[in-house]
Design a protein around this ligand. Structure first.
Ligand SMILES: NC(=O)C1=CN([C@@H]2O[C@H](COP(=O)(O)OP(=O)(O)OC[C@H]3O[C@@H](n4cnc5c(N)ncnc54)[C@H](O)[C@@H]3O)[C@@H](O)[C@H]2O)C=CC1
Ligand SMILES: O=C(CO)COP(=O)(O)O
Length: 311
């Protein structure tokens, strides 16, 4: 039996992946050539968005300027979009997943498979749940996840990038890879749904922080002395080289400095000590947990793994 893909969502990212999936299903004999895409219906210039998409093969509101393959068919009815599908691609903003799942509950065959491209988590009074678990719990089907360093318009313009699929069952991971992988959108699959999904959800909070900091930042940080030097030193400098060797060999920083640097001097270890002395005198260590943890690893035999726990 042919696999049939349905897309649940048609926003910026949903439309970009519709372009990829619509193209890929045509390359394999075991995929049905039609890909239905559920569109949350709305009016654009007095016309239904689904009708515009099906006439122009373009999501003029959420991904303007990008042509979608003609086998991608926009559908305003969620149930009709999914009723004959064997592979569901969830790509709605995370706040709408619960209502989508409620509508689909009991209407999806048990042998259907899902993948979530959604970056977010579901929080309630008992704690939090992965979106892929929400889908699994509601529909009784297995769900993979896909997440990566992917900006919708860049992917739609076929600029090179990679992405990660996390699977629970390897055949699911391999099957979903077939509908996403292209020469310019390279998919790697890993057996770690939780890791892939949490990376995608939590990075969005840090992205807000990144924007806030950029907004506040003194221009000096954009000179070579700022972010550029930070990236350079973390990638190729002596401080990072010796710190990595400390983890791998278990030897002290002083010993490694002698063994590896042939008389050259590490600056980070002594500066960490100088800064720690100032921070502890001023009672500010708790406000600088990264600097404090690094000082303790360098000078107080704190295990390196504590860099994660202490911050
Ligand atoms: N845009 C991007 O570059 C990327 C987005 N993502 C993730 O993909 C997920 C979906 O994002 P986008 O496709 O960008 O969507 P989007 O940000 O473009 O969201 C708008 C979509 O939500 C729909 N919508 C509005 N009200 C709704 C409702 N009540 N019920 C259901 N749908 C409703 C709209 O019709 C539209 O399709 C998000 O979790 C996002 O983090 C992941 C990677 C890249
Ligand atoms: O997930 C994304 C990049 O990986 C898209 O990020 P934004 O939702 O902030 O545009």
């Amino acid at each position: 039996m042919a696999e049939k893909v349905a897309l649940i969502g048609s926003g910026n990212w949903g439309s970009a992946v519709a372009k990829i999936i619509g193209g890929n299903v045509q390359n394999f004999p075991h995929f049905d050539k039609e890909v239905k895409m559920w569109v949350f219906e709305e009016q654009v210039n007095g016309q239904n968005l689904t009708e515009i998409i099906n006439a122009k093969h373009e999501n003029v509101k959420y991904l303007p300027g990008i042509k979608l393959p003609e086998n991608v068919v926009a559908c305003p009815d969620l149930i009709k979009t999914c009723e004959d599908a064997t592979m569901l691609v969830f790509v709605v903003p995370h706040q709408f997943v619960a209502s989508v799942c409620r509508q689909l509950k009991g209407k999806i065959p048990a042998d259907c498979k899902a993948i979530s491209l959604i970056k977010g988590v579901d929080v309630n009074e008992h704690g939090f749940r992965l979106i892929s678990d929400m889908i699994q719990d509601a529909l009784g089907i297995r769900s993979c996840v896909l997440s990566g360093a992917n900006i919708a318009i860049e992917v739609a313009e076929e600029r090179f990038c990679e992405t990660t699929i996390g699977y629970r069952s390897r055949p699911d991971g391999e099957l979903f890879k077939q509908i996403f992988n292209t020469p310019n959108f390279r998919v790697n699959i890993v057996e770690d749904v939780i890791g892939v999904e949490l990376c995608g959800a939590l990075k969005n909070i840090i992205a807000i922080g990144g924007g806030l900091v950029d907004g506040l930042k003194d221009e000096t940080f954009f000179e070579s002395c700022g972010v550029a030097d930070l990236i350079t030193t973390c990638a190729g400098g002596r401080n990072r080289k010796v710190a990595e060797a400390h983890v791998i060999t278990g030897k002290s920083f002083d010993q490694l400095e002698k063994e590896m640097l042939n008389g050259q001097k590490l600056q980070g270890t002594s500066t960490a000590k100088d800064m720690y002395n100032i921070l502890s005198k001023k009672g500010l260590c708790h406000e600088f947990p990264l600097m404090t943890a690094i000082y303790r690893i360098c000078h107080e035999d704190l295990p390196a793994i504590k860099i994660v726990e202490d911050i």
